[in-house]
Ligand binder design. Structure first.
Ligand SMILES: Cc1cc2nc3c(=O)[nH]c(=O)nc-3n(C[C@H](O)[C@H](O)[C@H](O)COP(=O)(O)OP(=O)(O)OC[C@H]3O[C@@H](n4cnc5c(N)ncnc54)[C@H](O)[C@@H]3O)c2cc1C
Length: 298
């Protein structure tokens, strides 16, 4: 999964040897990604969870929110502040990435509380109450964690974008099949251009998004950090799946709302990607600033 992109790129040889083969073989289960906090939101540099070095351990204190899969994960990649913010310091400096072994941590300073959401996502709140994490679990250098996490986030965006393309394909196929079968006024509804055109447009937008996903992926696979392409892929694919979801529910008329057709479920699920793992506004801000050279808006 995307989470371990950070370990793969920035971990030590010992850390990779210890964890990656066991992850690949399935011996180690899922991994969680502990970045977002309740009070900092998208402003990651403002996070408040701290990790203080005490001998050969970090002592972690704070809280994360929206930590998906935490209950089912053996490991968590955690971003915490290891150097207190001082005047003149960039707030994205002084953050570090720690690998938390959830099997040891739960009940020993780490508590998980599930959050019920509008779709089945197994996301949680995680509380750190003087959790002890071995110092050897620091990934890369102390204070440079934000940069390491960003490269993992590119992998996450590409993965989610691929998922959105798959969702869009599912909606388009489901809508097309239904439009061929459903007879109203004595003919298939798919014979009406008012039904055909939105599905055809959703298909074209999905294909365009898919090309951007491939571009981002090939750059990432060649060892680059394709921030712009990963962000664009995620935005275009999330928009394509959202559009296809709308078209699909509309094509199904009233049956689009019936649980047994599954359309309403996937409609709810795909809506998430307008917000997570990064919201559309923040992608547009990134492109404005870093690609177009416009003034930073926040
Ligand atoms: C189901 C689910 C699973 C998740 N899983 C994980 C996970 O596993 N690990 C993890 O770390 N996080 C996870 N997240 C968190 C997710 O990444 C954040 O919700 C997302 O990045 C948005 O942050 P926020 O919710 O704090 O919104 P906020 O930052 O509070 O933003 C709220 C709204 O304001 C807008 N906004 C904020 N600032 C600006 C600005 N400067 N300009 C324009 N608009 C702005 C945003 O676009 C958004 O629409 C998950 C979230 C959800 C809902």
């Amino acid at each position: 999964m995307y989470t371990m992109g950070t370990l793969l790129r920035h971990g030590s040889a010992e850390q990779k040897q210890k964890y990656l083969p066991a992850i690949a073989s399935g011996e180690l289960r899922l991994q969680a990604f502990g970045v977002t906090e309740p009070t900092s939101g998208t402003d990651t540099g403002a996070l408040k969870t701290t990790a203080r070095l005490d001998g050969d351990h970090f002592i972690v204190k704070g809280q994360k929110i929206w930590t998906s899969r935490a209950e089912y994960s053996d490991l968590m990649l955690l971003l915490a502040r290891t150097t207190p913010l001082k005047e003149g310091m960039k707030k994205t400096d002084g953050l570090s990435v720690l690998l938390v072994d959830m099997r040891e941590a739960i009940g020993n300073g780490l508590t998980i509380r599930p959050i019920r959401t509008m779709m089945n996502h197994a996301t949680t709140e995680v509380f750190f109450d003087d959790l002890r994490v071995p110092a050897e679990n620091l990934i890369g250098e102390e204070g440079k964690g934000f940069r390491y996490i960003l490269s993992g986030m590119n992998a996450e965006r590409i993965l989610i974008a691929s998922e959105c393309v798959g969702d869009a394909k599912w909606f388009i196929e489901k809508a097309s099949n239904y439009a061929k079968e459903r007879q109203v006024f004595g003919r298939p509804i798919g014979q009406n251009q008012g039904i055909q055109f939105p599905i055809a447009r959703a298909y074209a937008n999905m294909r365009a998004a898919e090309l951007m996903v491939r571009e981002a992926l090939s750059l990432y696979e060649s060892g680059k950090n394709p921030g712009a392409e990963a962000n664009m892929a995620k935005m275009l694919a999330a928009d394509a799946s959202n559009e296809a979801a709308n078209v699909c529910i509309q094509t199904h008329g009233g049956f689009g709302f019936a649980e047994e057709y599954d359309v309403e479920r996937k409609f709810r699920e795909t809506r998430l990607y307008q917000v997570a793992p990064i919201s559309t506004n923040l992608i547009l801000s990134f492109l404005s600033e870093h690609v177009l050279g416009l003034p930073r808006s926040y």
